[in-house]
Ligand binder design. Structure first.
Ligand code: NAD
Length: 416
């Protein structure tokens, strides 16, 4: 993929955040190299006969970044912009994310460069099975456990499980994000958005604000954005802006989220939603509000629009929504950013619960999942908050410092 020359690659951005934290930790160059380089990267060719008889060859990736703390964990993305650099960046983010919430995993990520909407379900199933044929030996419950990401869902996970089990026998813990009736975990689907809501509440409490007096704008109304909106409206936050690919929707006195959710469920999009004023996604990001939650795409806040951002706090629902230069500018301006490695870690946390339940052949209630999610995220938030206060650094640098410290300690205990 051709990138504009001024934009650093996604992996460069993660390395930048890693190095800022490593500087504070005074980490030796040898340790940085060990922790930053991926353990293994695989690129595979996925040739498939399409329904019209044509042969098409796709390219798939799996990057296994680090397994010092346990089996590697990370989603599988189907998107036309997937490339090795992006997968590598997201794999390393998973290493730091699982360490931030202190669950016994390392980090990995995978993807296929494909536009899923251009393919029938039959073709997607064929492509998925062929991809598993190429990588089944390096994934599994004790090695590397995939999960859904953009463009994949619980059905994709069921296909992967079925194909993997043809080689290795019954073991639903080989994959997470499965349908609830097929060894999935209750509460997995809502987990990332709910986590964003829980952590937003914790952040505001620390900053002396209350939900009732906090206006919120959310970009993206998919899995993360819609569940965050639901949880936050139930917690009495005033949500004045929401959006999806069709545009932004704004109401100064607050949007009635149950109505928006019903509309989205009925129409599959917010397009035509008349209970709010239609604006662009660019205008949405620049709205006057207290809390902004980008929960759609990466790199939506850059030097091109950072000075337009009026929010006092930003909680990163998406992975990498703010680029490194804009992040530094926001810090200078005193905007508090809760970083993706913590803010959207609710999903991988409940994926971990799913893996635990599968290994025990036991199913938890939704209440238990929610309680344990709340406990893990609360502990992680307090640890990162304290680290940022102690070292006088941003919450992002604090999160990386805590994560790097944990991964490096495991590497040392293993004898490095
Ligand atoms: P999704 O596909 O369910 O939803 C994405 C939303 O973004 C949709 O509402 C879509 O209309 C909107 N969107 C797409 N292009 C847009 C554009 N150009 N402008 C504005 N909105 C646009 O995806 P998701 O699962 O909600 O993931 C969103 C982000 O959160 C991604 O960065 C993903 O990596 C990250 N994330 C997701 C999870 C999870 O559990 N789903 C976990 C961690 C991180």
């Amino acid at each position: 993929m051709n990138r504009p020359p001024h934009r650093p690659s996604a992996f460069d951005t993660v390395k930048h955040y890693f190095n800022l934290a490593a500087d504070h930790l005074d980490l030796a160059p040898s340790a940085r190299k060990l922790l930053m380089l991926p353990k293994r990267e695989i690129t595979v060719e996925v040739p498939v006969e399409l329904e019209d008889g044509r042969l098409e060859t796709f390219v798939g990736f799996r990057v296994q970044h680090n397994d010092a703390r346990g089996p590697m964990k990370g989603g599988l993305r189907y998107h036309h912009e997937v490339d090795l650099d992006e997968v590598r960046a997201l794999a390393s983010l998973m290493t730091w994310k699982t360490a931030v919430v202190n669950i016994p995993y390392g980090g990995a990520k995978g993807g296929i460069c494909i536009s899923p909407r251009e393919h029938s379900k039959k073709e997607l199933q064929r492509i998925t099975r062929k991809f598993v044929d190429q990588i089944h030996e390096i994934i599994g419950p004790d090695k590397d456990i995939p999960a859904p990401d953009m463009g994949t869902n619980s059905e994709t996970m069921s296909w992967i499980r079925n194909q993997w089990e043809k080689y290795h026998g019954f073991n639903p813990a080989c994959i997470t994000g499965k349908p609830v009736e097929d060894y999935g975990a209750k509460g997995r689907e809502e987990a990332t958005g709910r986590g964003v809501g829980i952590l937003s509440y914790k952040l505001l409490k620390r900053l002396g604000a209350t939900p009732k007096e906090t206006s919120v704008v959310i970009q993206g109304f998919g899995n993360v954005g819609s569940h965050a909106a639901k949880y936050m409206s139930e917690s009495e936050f005033k949500i004045k802006g929401i959006s999806d690919i069709s545009g932004g929707y704004y109401a100064e006195d607050g949007i009635h989220i149950p109505t928006a959710l019903n509309y989205y469920l009925e129409n599959g999009s917010l397009e035509g939603f008349r209970e709010a004023t239609l604006i662009t996604n660019e205008e949405l990001l620049a709205l006057e509000c207290d809390l902004l939650i980008p929960a759609a795409l990466g790199n939506v806040i850059t030097m091109a629009n950072v000075n337009d951002i009026k929010a006092k706090y930003i909680v990163e629902g998406a992975n990498g929504p703010i680029d490194a230069d804009a992040d530094a500018r926001l810090f200078e301006r005193g905007v508090v950013v809760l970083p993706d490695v913590l803010a959207n870690a609710g999903g991988v946390t409940v994926s971990y619960f799913e893996w635990v339940q599968n290994r025990q052949y036991y199913s938890w209630s939704l209440d238990r999942v929610r309680q344990e999610l709340h406990a893990i995220l609360s502990t992680a938030f307090e640890e990162i908050w304290q680290a940022s206060q102690t070292h006088h650094v941003s919450l992002r640098t604090a999160a990386f410092m805590v994560a790097i410290g944990r991964v490096w300690r495991s590497a040392q205990l293993a004898g490095f």
